[in-house]
Design a binder for this molecule. Structure first.
Ligand SMILES: NC(=O)c1ccc[n+]([C@@H]2O[C@H](COP(=O)([O-])OP(=O)(O)OC[C@H]3O[C@@H](n4cnc5c(N)ncnc54)[C@H](O)[C@@H]3O)[C@@H](O)[C@H]2O)c1
Length: 325
């Protein structure tokens, strides 16, 4: 039984990660400022603190908490907001992370604490890379958000090599599942579920042939828990202590839309809008390293994952009468 801190545990992925740790018999504390997360997402048996990761109070909680592991998911997650305000993005995603890591170091726990960091496999490699991308693919991040994730991976590698921190980064592809916020722009599955339930058309930007690697949130939470127990060699650099977490399967937006309508047993029209500037055309990850070293593989197929996600949104949707297809 270990003491685990989950930052961002009121959010979409973090709440599933908190549940997994609790199910494994660990004690879980959650820090979240509820900026995009929701209090009701936090599992009832987790201890909750409404704190900003940049604050002295959060640092004090980490210093005094004696955590064996930190699953770090709290972040400003919106790529466009990072473009609009790179300073704020870096304040949260880089300096907020350093605030927590320095608290661990000052508490004298740097060599005994495990840190697993939620990085991005969708954005860190950049547009120049030709998918599927492996962990060693050169990185030319195209947004402040991705630059911040890249920087934190470098800091973790530094803390590991110089101070002995046991740090691992997990680079997620496009995560979907229950509790994803349908109002953001990141979660196309959540947005499509909401539109389908309201009987409103889907909007697809560009020709819809752009691909993404969609991975179910339960599989991502499982990967994060496994990564917490992984010990990379102390000398390992950034890539050697990172794992791509996806499915390795590239799915186009139009195929995703059809697959969702199929599992839902409902159809709505698909409208096409001009492509959004800067959007990646293709994105997928190789996941052989996570399979070999973490014993992790995605266990939920796209059809199964879409069915459970749709069912979750349907249970919470206001009554509507979309056309049946
Ligand atoms: N969703 C994806 O497809 C995806 C892909 C790659 C990486 N990630 C990463 O996974 C992590 C979780 O993302 P998510 O999709 O669950 O998003 P989310 O917005 O649901 O979760 C982020 C959580 O962090 C909290 N938070 C934000 N700023 C904070 C601050 N300053 N202090 C304390 N808490 C703060 C929010 O309230 C929220 O609960 C993020 O680090 C994100 O960058 C997500």
């Amino acid at each position: 039984m270990t003491r685990v801190l989950v930052t961002g545990g009121a959010g979409f992925i973090g709440s599933h990660v908190a549940e997994r740790f609790l199910a494994g018999g660990h004690t879980v504390t959650v820090i979240d400022d509820l900026s995009t997360g929701r209090r009701e997402n936090v599992p009832a048996s987790a201890e909750f603190h409404a704190l900003d990761i940049r604050s002295p109070e959060a640092a004090e909680l980490v210093r005094a908490g004696g955590f064996d592991a930190i699953a770090h998911l709290a972040a400003q997650i919106d790529v466009r907001k990072s473009v609009d305000d790179p300073v704020r993005d870096a304040q949260i995603n880089v300096l907020g992370t350093l605030n927590l890591l320095e608290a661990v170091r000052r508490a004298g726990r740097i060599a005994t604490t495990r840190v697993v960091f939620s990085s991005t496999g969708g954005a860190i490699y950049g547009d120049a890379a030709i998918p599927p991308n492996s962990e060693d693919t050169p990185k030319e991040p195209d947004s402040p958000y991705a630059i911040a994730k890249h920087s934190v991976e470098q800091y973790l590698s530094y803390y590991a090599r110089i101070h002995g921190l046991r740090a691992v980064s997990v680079r997620f592809s496009n995560v979907y599942g229950p509790r994803q916020d349908p109002h953001g722009e990141a979660g196309v599955v959540a947005i499509f579920c909401g539109r389908l339930l309201a009987g409103k058309p889907f909007t697809v930007f560009g020709d819809g042939n752009q691909t993404r690697d969609y991975v179910y949130v339960g599989d991502v939470a499982d990967a994060m828990v496994r990564a917490t127990a992984y010990d990379p060699p102390k000398s390992a650099g950034m890539n050697a202590r990172a794992f791509n977490i996806g499915t390795g399967v590239a799915t186009s937006v139009v195929d995703l839309a059809s697959a969702l309508m199929r599992v839902a047993g409902r159809t709505v029209p698909v409208d096409f809008a001009p492509a959004r500037p800067g959007e990646l055309q293709e994105s997928s990850l190789t996941i052989t390293k996570a399979a070999a070293e973490l014993g992790w593989r995605p266990s939920v197929s796209l059809a199964q994952g879409l069915a459970s996600t749709y069912a979750w949104f349907a249970e919470r949707a206001p009554t509507s009468s979309p056309s049946r297809g």
